[in-house]
Design a protein around this ligand. Structure first.
Ligand code: GRF
Length: 211
């Protein structure tokens, strides 16, 4: 059973999807801890409801980014996590903590990276007149929303779409994407580092497609 730590700042729907898949026997993993920089994060409520250890670590209680990151990852390491899943974790992490964990930390981002790292991805895809949008899971490296791409899911943009309608249509596909990637990792089919992603021992030249 693959031990997961989930880092989240917001709502926690990706966490909820992971919990439901584990409970349904569809994902051979266990969530050993949920960590948030926001006390009001829905993810903390979801974790506590599910009986998963949940910890708020307050950035304001730490003198520097490095001190916060050290506290956060001391707690993550203490719970024995083998894979760290960033699911809407809205803080930039310092290069030291990321570099030490590149082969076991993933992030889900709501755009077809390398397009639109950062915020407001749905609006930016609409503003650019894109006909396709999607979400990506990638290995985390010491740069924002960068790192080797593992897998993507794609949806068509409708001319009538708003950022809200696009986000709503993409969200279930994000969940499906994240679950599939975690399943592949749990099954030992997927490995990655700061340079490359290997699937079934073959180096990927483009991200896997889900959905
Ligand atoms: C998702 O859109 C994810 O791709 C992005 O932040 C959002 C998190 O949603 N990084 P939730 O908190 O899992 O509901």
């Amino acid at each position: 059973m693959l031990k997961l730590a989930v880092l989240a700042s917001g709502r926690g729907s990706n966490l909820q999807a992971l919990i439901e898949a584990i409970d349904a026997g569809e994902l051979d993993a266990g969530i050993v801890g949920v960590f948030s920089d926001k006390a009001a994060s829905g993810a903390l409520v979801i974790a506590r409801t599910a009986g998963i250890p949940a910890l708020h670590i307050d950035p304001k209680a730490h003198a520097s980014r490095a001190a916060f990151d050290a506290a956060l990852f001391a707690a993550v390491d203490a719970c024995g996590a083998e894979l760290i899943v960033c699911a809407g974790f809205m803080r930039i992490l310092s290069p030291e903590v990321v570099a030490a964990r590149t082969s076991r930390m993933i992030n889900i981002h709501p755009s077809l990276l390398p397009k639109y790292p950062g915020l407001h991805t749905h609006q930016r895809a609409l503003d650019a007149g894109d006909r396709e949008h999607g979400a990506s899971v990638h290995a985390v490296i010491p740069a924002l929303d960068a790192g080797p791409l593992i897998a993507q899911t794609r949806i068509a943009i409708d001319p009538a779409d708003s950022p809200e309608s696009l986000a709503a249509r993409l969200l279930p596909r994000e969940h499906q994407l994240l679950l599939q990637v975690v399943r592949w990792i749990a099954a030992g089919r997927l490995r990655f580092d700061a340079q490359a992603v290997h699937f079934d021992e073959r180096r990927l030249s483009e991200p896997l497609r889900v959905g």
